[in-house]
Design a protein around this ligand. Structure first.
Ligand code: HEC
Ligand code: HEC
Ligand code: HEC
Ligand code: HEC
Length: 209
């Protein structure tokens, strides 16, 4: 390898490393809409006493990622269609165990159902994607499916798992899709809180070939 090629290679490695670092950095949340009334990390995580720190009553929420919010008890429903190969499974109703992949959708719904923390997001707001309390609402039945297996064998229109994870998207547990597959709650560089840019539908085509 000649010197300039080696330099380009080193630069490329450094850029990938920087990207990975930015993805994992939590402080990028500060100053975004997720830095709720300048509470920083405490908008979502409690160093002590579960959700009681934000006016809740259930200290047990702190057993899951030191969660500082109340938990949803809503039923959201699931997306389905004749061309779906995998099956989306209900995310809500009961609190997941700390080991269950649906956690990575359930936590978002602490606020994005517009019911559990209605002072932050009202049920009728566009941001209340779970919207179970809104009149005429379709819950998660009219949203991109979540809490289903990413299975490129069953659906040959999907890229291999390695393509998805190498690009910086997340599959949870045994390759399930959750809100956190596409969104990075701590980083709004690729608005709106996307793990990778969706310019030219790059996010969509990372999974759908
Ligand atoms: C708006 C809510 C929210 C805020 C604010 C927030 N987090 Fe998080 N945090 C989450 C969610 C949701 C997860 C689960 C991660 C996922 O979706 O993959 C998480 C996961 C984590 C984790 C464990 C997983 C990992 O990636 O290491 C740590 C550590 C963490 N957050 C630290 C922080 C710190 C430090 C801050 C403040 C600088 C912060 N968080 C602010 C919601 C939040
Ligand atoms: C503590 C409450 C809370 C949690 C937990 C939370 N969010 Fe949010 N989120 C908000 C608020 C508040 C806004 C701003 C809504 C508004 O302005 O109407 C927001 C906005 C957003 C936006 C839109 C940003 C924009 O600029 O339009 C996205 C996308 C988003 N959140 C995704 C997520 C995802 C995914 C999770 C879980 C991984 C999550 N949020 C967890 C409170 C939360
Ligand atoms: C398959 C990828 C994907 C998944 C899974 C996903 N989102 Fe999104 N989300 C997006 C994209 C892309 C946008 C930007 C849409 C746009 O620009 O019109 C978005 C936009 C949003 C917004 C901004 C308001 C809006 O409706 O445009 C919120 C809030 C949000 N997502 C929350 C969530 C929550 C909560 C979940 C899980 C229940 C979730 N998302 C799951 C890709 C996803
Ligand atoms: C993390 C991977 C991932 C990303 C990113 C992603 N999808 Fe999906 N999407 C899936 C999976 C997995 C399914 C379920 C496929 C199946 O089982 O048939 C699905 C299902 C769908 C369906 C329903 C298909 C049906 O048969 O009813 C549509 C439409 C869709 N996605 C569009 C999009 C769009 C548009 C984007 C970009 C905003 C996107 N997806 C981003 C993984 C992803």
């Amino acid at each position: 390898m000649n010197k300039s090629r080696a330099a380009i290679l080193i630069l490329a490695i450094a850029m990938v490393a920087t990207l990975a670092f930015a993805q994992n950095q939590k402080s990028t949340v500060i100053g975004t809409v997720h830095d709720i009334t300048s509470n920083g990390c405490k908008s979502c995580h409690a160093p002590h006493n579960g959700s009681v720190a934000t006016g809740g009553t259930d200290q047990s929420t702190g057993q899951i990622l030191l969660w500082d919010r109340g938990f949803t008890t809503q039923t959201f429903g699931t997306y389905d269609s004749p061309t779906m190969d995998s099956t989306a499974v209900e995310v809500g109703v009961t609190t997941p165990l700390a080991t269950q992949p649906r956690l990575y959708s359930f936590l978002c719904l602490s606020c994005h159902d517009g019911v559990t923390s209605p002072t932050l997001i009202a049920a009728g707001d566009i941001h209340a994607v779970g919207e179970p309390g809104s009149t005429g609402s379709y819950g998660l039945t009219n949203d991109h499916p979540i809490n289903m297996t990413y299975d490129p064998v069953a659906d040959t229109g999907l890229n291999p798992v390695a393509t998805v994870t190498t690009a910086g998207l997340m599959l949870y547990g045994t390759d399930t899709v959750q809100c956190g597959s596409c969104h990075n709650v701590h980083n709004n560089t690729n608005t709106p809180f996307l793990r990778i840019s969706n310019v030219n539908s790059a996010l969509c085509t990372t999974c759908h070939l």
